[in-house]
Ligand binder design. Structure first.
Ligand code: HEM
Length: 448
């Protein structure tokens, strides 16, 4: 298990001015004392609900900013993030899965009891074993396999939406996050990976607990509960890896047949680490994307009926949501040596937080970034799936699931409207993951 070695070196000497709505101009003192970025709290409700003013401020005034709250260097311009992602020699991915909130000894004990370890496998692997392991994943989720899975995704979406419609008929409303967005990617992954011996609700619970434990700020008692869940998940994966036959035509079978660069078979801990990441990445993130896609489509005038009729419109909407409001909002790297980036001098070992979400609204790349324009020509230049040698191998599956989900929901529930309180939907706000936790809809043809 890795504990974060959060960088506590003093902030750089970058010169910044302005602040969200502050209108303040002029250089800020190093360390940010009294500066508009002092109020920045990456986990605070204000940032989670509306991060855009902060992201704009960071990008324009302090493109590489040392965040005192987390010890991370926030990198917010599209060009700097790309540079980092495309230079794995200088910026390694080793810290990708570090716990952002240090794990106390009692929590480490729970994890150790479950044999929980995450050795370098995929996202956190900067070693020479990465390309081969990554090929196992890309072969499994390539465009041909994803295209072949569309009927499966449509069937599962149809089943879940039948239930949602029945619930609206009976109760007047239904939460499309809990009943549909969250469940669909889990069911699809289980079908694609041939997993049958666990129920989807359990997999979702394990995956969400792992995200919160490593990317959230849970209190110590909550960390203990989450560690129990992550431990159960790891134990189930370990049993699954140990008992799956190497000849089986499954992802786990392919890992068992895999050979490392020195010809040795993959050790079970690394195979479990690879599965752990694929299971978490393959369901939670896509569920979050579907929730945001549905919510924004229900708010946007005319989009819902259009997505029902026009498949291209659904695809284009998903891509524009990935640009403006992606579920994976940030990703981490660590500097291997002292390096200049965006005007800041970073020390060796600096822990970087790449603001993927903000980069999709960088006006240097995207004109009128705050406007949703589904047919902008360069929409695919967003960095929602990263870039370079770790670029998300599940991108094709995620896009397909989200587009199918939107079209299927708009067809099955043509008359629904979004139901939200004055506060808006409760939001998931982890270091790297953000999405609405409820997308409640009611029959819009009924009188209010
Ligand atoms: C909307 C959904 C998704 C988003 C936004 C997303 C985003 C990302 C991002 C930002 C990275 C890091 C890229 C980098 O370091 O350059 C990543 C890596 C990865 N993702 Fe996804 N992902 C999604 C869905 C999926 C799905 C469905 C799968 C699998 C079925 C998946 C599997 C992976 C794996 C295995 C990696 C590590 C790749 C490597 O290190 O070589 N992701 N993803």
């Amino acid at each position: 298990m890795h504990i974060p070695a959060l960088d506590t070196s003093p902030p750089g000497t970058e010169v910044r001015d302005g602040g969200p709505g502050s209108g303040v101009a002029g250089p800020l003192p190093p360390g940010g004392a009294g500066g508009p970025l002092d109020g920045l709290d990456l986990f605070g409700d204000g940032f989670v609900r509306d991060p855009y003013p902060w992201l704009d401020l960071l990008r324009s005034q302090a493109p590489v900013h040392h965040d005192a709250g987390t010890g991370l260097w926030l990198v917010s311009r599209h060009r700097d993030i790309r540079r980092v992602l495309l230079d794995p020699g200088t910026f390694r991915p080793d810290n990708a899965q570090h716990a952002v909130t240090p794990l106390p000894v009692a929590v480490l004990r729970v994890l150790a009891r479950a044999g929980f370890q995450l050795p370098p496998a995929l996202a956190n692997n900067g070693t020479d074993s990465h390309p081969g392991l990554r090929r196992v994943v890309t072969r499994f989720f390539n465009a041909r396999r994803v295209a072949a899975a569309v009927p499966v995704i449509e069937r599962l979406a149809g089943e879940l939406l039948d239930t949602a419609r029945a619930r609206i008929d009976a109760d007047g409303e239904c939460d499309l996050f809990a009943s549909f967005a969250q469940v669909l990617p889990c069911r699809v992954l289980m079908e694609l990976l041939g997993i049958r011996d666990v129920d989807p609700a359990t997999l979702i619970r394990w995956s969400d607990a792992s995200l919160e434990l490593f990317w959230g700020t849970p209190a110590p008692e909550r960390q203990l509960e989450l560690a129990e869940q992550a431990g159960e998940f790891h134990q189930w994966l370990t049993t699954t890896v140990r008992t799956t036959k190497a000849t089986a035509d499954s992802f786990i079978g392919a890992l068992a047949r895999h050979r490392l660069p020195d010809g040795a078979p993959l050790d079970p801990q690394t195979a479990v680490g690879a599965c752990f990441f694929v299971f978490v990445a393959g369901q939670s993130t896509t569920g979050q994307l579907i929730a945001t896609v549905l919510r924004r489509a229900l708010i946007e005038p005319e989009l819902w009926p259009k997505a029902a009729q026009d498949t291209e419109a659904a695809w284009a909407w998903v891509e524009e949501v990935l640009r403006r409001e992606p579920p994976v909002t940030t990703w981490r790297r660590a500097a291997t040596q002292p390096v200049e980036l965006g005007g800041a001098e970073l020390p060796a070992g600096a822990q970087l937080l790449l603001m993927l979400m903000g980069s999709g609204s960088d006006p240097e790349v995207f004109a009128d970034p705050e406007r949703m324009c589904p047919h902008r020509t360069n929409v695919r230049h967003h960095l929602a799936f990263g870039a370079g040698r770790h670029r998300c191998p599940g991108a094709s599956l995620a896009r397909t699931e989200a587009a199918v989900a939107l079209r299927a929901a708009a067809r099955a529930l043509p008359k629904v409207r979004l139901v939200e309180g004055a506060e808006g939907a409760p939001m998931l706000g982890l270091l790297s993951f953000r999405a609405p936790l409820r997308v409640v809809v009611a029959d819009g043809s009924r009188r209010l």
